[in-house]
Structures are given as structure tokens and as C-alpha cells.
Design a protein around this ligand. Sequence first.
Ligand code: ADP
Length: 165
Amino acid sequence: MAKMKTVLFPGSFDPLTYGHVDIVSRALHIFDNIVIGVLSNPQKGSLFTAEERVELIREQFFDLKERVVVETFSGLLVEFAKEKEINVVLRGLRAISDFDYEAQMALMNKSLSPEIETFFLMTREKYSYISSSLVKQVAPFGGSVQELVPPVIQQALKHKYSALK
Ligand code: ADP
């Protein structure tokens, strides 16, 4: 029997979008388990705290909790991967504009830690324009984000923005 293969999907997820959800569900056809690593970076000024993001993602994948584990991390991704004993990092690719940054990160991580591979999944066409920053540009003004984020996140956005008002 092959041993269980786990992949690490790191990101800000501020907030989780249908684009992220799609990458996770497709990766579950390839890997046995996914650890979603939520980057906690207090300097970066996120809308949701890292703990809130973790809770929301856990809620979204509640039915898959045996296979999808959600944790925060800070500092170097390769250190977190080593700590978790995972050697494949999953990233999604949208436009060409993602490519430069992703290539830079993948090469940097490879030089920091040669045993780690970066695995890319191309976005699905219908999600290719979705990003967390787009959500944050639309939601505060009451624009509909139902095509962009799952219901759990829609609710959280409503609460967040009414609390911020
Ligand atoms: P980061 O700040 O690390 O880029 P994000 O939460 O923005 O964090 O993205 C995490 C990962 O999800 C990245 O690999 C990104 O390319 C991917 N991603 C984000 N949106 C989409 C989408 N609509 N389709 C496919 N992949 C996506």
C-alpha cells in the first residue's frame, strides 16, 4: 500500500473564496489529505484575524474534517512544512500575473529546502477572476459576493462590516 500523501496549501485566505474551495476539492482527488496553512501576519493588516480565518475554513470543510486540517503559521513556509513533515506545497494559478510571483516563491522555497516541491493547479475558468482582494473591494459597499465566496463567508463578511461601521 502506498503511504498517505499530504499536501500543504498555504495562503492568506482573507477571506476564503470559491477559487480556494475549488483548488482544495480538486486537490483531494490527487492527495489523501490537505493541511491548509493560514498565514498569520499581523503586519499585513488582514480583514479577518488568523483565528477567524481558520474557524471559517474549518466550518466550510466541516464534512471533510478527516482529510482537511486547518492551522495558522507564521514565518517561513518551508519551516512550517518541515514541522508538519510535508514535502509538497500546493498553489493555485490564475493569470500570467500570478506566474512571476509564484515562480519566485517556488524557486526561493526550493533553494531554502530542496526536498520541497511546489505543485500548481490551474484555476477553473469561471473562478479565474476571483480573489480575496476583489471580495474586499465589493463587500464593504454592500455589493453581492454570492458568486465569489461560500455562504459561511458571506455571513462572516456581513457581520464583519456591520461591526466595523
Ligand atoms: P497569498 O497571499 O499567499 O497569495 P491567497 O489567499 O491570495 O494567499 O491565495 C492562496 C492560494 O490560492 C494562491 O496560490 C493563489 O494563487 C490561489 N488562489 C487564489 N484565488 C484563486 C482562484 N480564483 N483560482 C485558483 N487559485 C486561486
